[in-house]
Design a protein around this ligand. Structure first.
Ligand code: TGC
Ligand code: FAD
Length: 394
């Protein structure tokens, strides 16, 4: 089979720097050579391909936009986005693993952590020697984390954590968890703080979420914190009070997702286009039928719009002008686009489209999770509605 080229209809390649193109080619080759041969089996067997973690570390994809001083690649945000795109071209679970590690674990330690927390954790997380997870969502507080009931009570020599976190990516594999907990009265958003919790602390446990039909090559777990005692040095001391710190982490992760899902859509488009040229029905390739050409034209249009959105968003992030609301628009639009492209690609493939050796159905199933996590499509609609009208409709 031909190596993946990736559709680039508006020649964005011409706008990327040499370094950005090099990053793309390196990660693209790694995905082609190392991930694609195992991803079907891993998905089918519901396992994250842990054997690839050291290679991902060597590639420098974890926290790739954070400083070299902490063992990171210190790339710009466009290059970081390109990494997400190329990884998700392989599988959303592998991109998710990487985004959680970088945007939701390394970023808060870097942005809100003490120097000791940074030097203790960032180099190990950058190399993949340590794995992290991010616990914000609770069983009854998904879209509305402000209501969380996991508590952190101050003791004479530290903190005592109690509660449960749900749907936590990398939860059972993690060495360290960033746990968000209420230090004041329940409902008082100003009391929410982040804690760096080693997962071998007594009272901390993780259990796999069973019964998933999406993101099968990804660890999703429930965390239970029962009288987990941690020292004062485990609090993330920096940033602001309340929910703003975790929401800032979400902005980083949503930015990466906006790029990532374009990669998944590009993979589905590529598969559908080659299939349309090869599959003969009624004695001609199905790609010669007008219905399939409309389908391909719609897919190409969505992908091209998504690529342009990411490119501009990335340049604004590098200039320091990007807003969380602009990220909401990109996350919302691109997840919707990618889910539609994957579904249409799967349909174009006919019965073969439901097989694991083709990729579109795996992407289609994965993208239902991506559409939901990091703020559902509806939540991002309401964020944009509030931005436009000044009225909260939550
Ligand atoms: P609200 O009053 O709007 O905001 C509180 C303060 O935070 C500021 N802010 C943000 N800052 C940075 N980035 C953002 N995205 C921000 N959104 C808000 C805001 O300006 C305010 O600052 P200040 O200075 O005025 O105090 O907070 P709210 O409680 O009303 O919540 C708003 C809402 C509903 C939009 C928020 O709760 C939300 O986004 N909910 C969705 C929850 C969510 O996305 N959870 C994701 C969990 S992690 C995950 O899914 C990982 S999946 C794996 C993977 O990433 O691959
Ligand atoms: P709910 O909030 O219960 O929403 C249910 C429905 O109601 C949705 O359609 C939603 O759009 C809608 N809705 C909610 N509020 C409103 C409103 N005000 N107006 C109109 N409609 C509304 N969380 C973490 O903290 N860390 C992780 O690593 C993590 N990984 C995840 C991995 C996977 C595979 C999945 C599926 C989820 C993960 N999550 C994680 C949780 C994820 O962020 C939440 O699932 C998401 O925020 C939605 O919360 P919920 O599932 O409780 O849905």
């Amino acid at each position: 089979m031909a190596r993946f080229q990736g559709i680039d209809f508006y020649d964005l390649d011409a706008l990327f720097s040499e370094e950005e193109r090099m990053v793309r080619d390196t990660v693209r080759d790694w995905v082609e050579d190392r991930l694609m041969p195992v991803i079907g089996e891993a998905y089918h067997n519901r396992r994250f391909p842990t054997e690839l973690i050291p290679e991902l570390g060597e590639l420098g994809v974890f926290g790739a936009n954070l400083p070299e001083q902490y063992g990171c690649a210190e790339l710009n945000n466009v290059a970081y986005g390109i990494i997400m795109q190329e990884l998700e071209r392989g599988d959303s679970g592998v991109r998710s693993f990487t985004s959680v590690q970088g945007a939701l674990v390394m970023y808060p330690i870097y942005a809100f952590g003490s120097e000791e927390q940074r030097t203790d954790w960032l180099p190990k997380l950058a190399s993949g020697e340590a794995i992290g997870c991010f616990g914000l969502t609770e069983p009854d507080y998904g879209s509305n984390p402000a209501g969380m009931i996991t508590t952190a009570k101050q003791t004479s020599d530290g903190w005592l954590l109690n509660g449960a976190k749900m749907w936590i990516t990398n939860g059972s594999m993690a060495d360290v968890a960033i746990i968000w907990a209420q230090t004041g009265e329940i409902g008082d958003v100003k009391g929410i703080r982040g804690f760096v919790v080693p997962t071998d602390t007594p009272g901390f446990s993780a259990k796999d979420q069973e019964g998933k039909l999406s993101l099968l090559a990804s660890d999703t777990s429930e965390l239970v914190l029962q009288d987990v005692e941690i020292p004062d040095t485990a609090v993330l001391p920096g940033g602001s009070e309340g929910l703003k710190n975790p929401l800032m982490c979400l902005t980083q992760a949503r930015y990466g997702i906006s790029w990532g899902v374009v990669g998944a859509a590009m993979a589905c488009f590529d598969e559908a286009l080659s299939y349309s040229k090869e599959r003969l029905m009624f004695e001609t390739p199905i790609g010669g039928k007008q219905i399939q050409q409309v389908r391909l034209a719609d897919m190409l249009t969505g992908i091209t719009q998504g690529q342009l959105l990411c490119y501009r968003l990335g340049r604004m992030k590098d200039e320091g002008t990007m807003t969380p609301q602009q990220v909401s628009l990109a996350k919302r639009a691109n997840c919707d686009m990618a889910a539609n492209v994957a579904r249409e690609a799967r349909r174009l493939l006919g019965a073969n489209g439901i097989l694991v050796e083709y990729h579109s159905m795996r992407h289609m199933a994965n993208l239902e999770s991506v559409y939901t996590y990091e703020g559902t499509h509806d939540v991002h609609s309401l964020i944009l509605g509030q931005t436009l009208t000044g009225i909260s409709a939550f």
